[in-house]
Design a binder for this molecule. Structure first.
Ligand code: ATP
Ligand code: MG
Ligand code: MG
Length: 307
């Protein structure tokens, strides 16, 4: 079983404007759509879409729970959350202007979690997760969830002996590396936290691969530099028309872990994940991709061995 943990979920409210966003003018909406904003939820979506069973864990505010659950249901994501009573899951606003690429993101900080909330989550994880499972921890931490809590969570998972995948940044990413997890996928900015001055990207990946089974540095439209054991590859992406690259990394991580669960080889998992995320960037929202489109794109993904 694959579990994803989203500590700080978000409901994305996508505001599609009729025109360009202009001050001192009534900016009319063409349409509104809702999507998942949490990175673990994005990972779950990719896995579910590829037909790989998974369960989304984490926190969820009760006052707008039905809203989040409706989106999860529409997207075919199974979940089992710890309720944060009397508070809402945060909502983010994504403003998309007509004929302008990119988006404006406005986020709330979200509810604070208590010691009791955290203990309920840890109990749930202890009860469910087994040694042969995979756990993905992705996204930011809510107020009240500190680095020491992340250390405890990683310690708990290491004690269970499951495969631990992390899509984290900053101090949380450093903590995951120190704990010795099985998979990380920093993007080209996040990796800077882990490299020493003057060190080449290849050397950073090689160094990290000594203690982490799978190290993937994603480089947006330039592909990814990937290491596993003594295998190192530069992966190149097919050329596509980019509509929205938010969530490309999350789609990559979900698809990659789904492939590992299906016992695919490292290279096959990399090329499928690259193709799924290349499909994703052609969609307006942060999650959607087309599996058939991805299967066609996979043939155009390039794999170059790095010595
Ligand atoms: P996010 O956190 O928003 O999900 P990220 O910044 O972690 O994304 P990126 O490095 O932007 O991740 O992208 C992840 C992968 O998605 C890339 O390695 C690549 O395979 C694919 N991808 C991203 N941008 C493009 C693009 N313009 N064209 C094709 N593929 C892309
Ligand atoms: Mg990016
Ligand atoms: Mg990312």
């Amino acid at each position: 079983m694959i579990y994803t943990i989203t500590l700080n979920p978000t409901i994305d409210r996508l505001l599609y404007l009729e025109d360009e966003l202009t001050k001192e003018k009534n900016n009319r909406l063409e349409s509104i759509a809702y999507d998942l904003g949490g990175k673990g939820h994005h990972g779950s979506y990719a896995m579910s879409k590829l037909g790989v069973e998974n369960l989304a864990l984490g926190f969820c505010g009760t006052t707008n729970k039905s809203k989040l659950e409706k989106i999860l249901e529409e997207k075919g994501i199974n979940h089992d959350f710890v309720d944060i009573y009397g508070k809402p899951t945060r909502e983010s606003y994504v403003i998309l202007e007509k004929n302008i690429s990119g988006s404006i993101l406005i986020t709330e900080r979200g509810y604070a979690v208590s010691s009791y909330d955290k203990s309920l989550l840890f109990d749930k994880i202890e009860e469910k997760v087994e040694a042969e499972d995979t756990v993905l921890i992705a996204g930011s931490m809510p107020p009240g969830f500190e680095i020491t809590d992340l250390e405890k969570l990683l310690e708990l998972l290491k004690g269970i002996g499951c495969f631990i995948a992390c899509d984290l940044s900053g101090e949380a990413l450093k903590t995951a590396v120190k704990a010795g997890v099985n998979f990380i996928k920093p993007n080209r900015f996040e990796i800077q936290e882990l490299s020493t001055q003057g060190e080449s990207l290849v050397d950073t990946v090689k160094e990290l691969t000594k203690t982490i089974e799978y190290v993937i540095v994603s480089q947006g439209g330039k592909g990814s530099l990937c290491g596993h054991g003594n295998e190192f590859y530069q992966i190149g992406v097919p050329t596509v028309v980019v509509v929205n690259d938010t969530g490309a990394g999350d789609c990559f991580v979900g698809s990659f872990l789904a492939s590992l669960a299906q016992k695919k080889s490292f290279v096959d998992a990399l090329t499928l994940a690259t193709a799924c995320s290349a499909s994703k960037v052609q969609h307006k929202d942060s999650t959607s991709f087309n599996v058939r489109d991805a299967q066609n794109l996979q043939r155009k993904v390039t794999v170059e061995k790095v010595g």
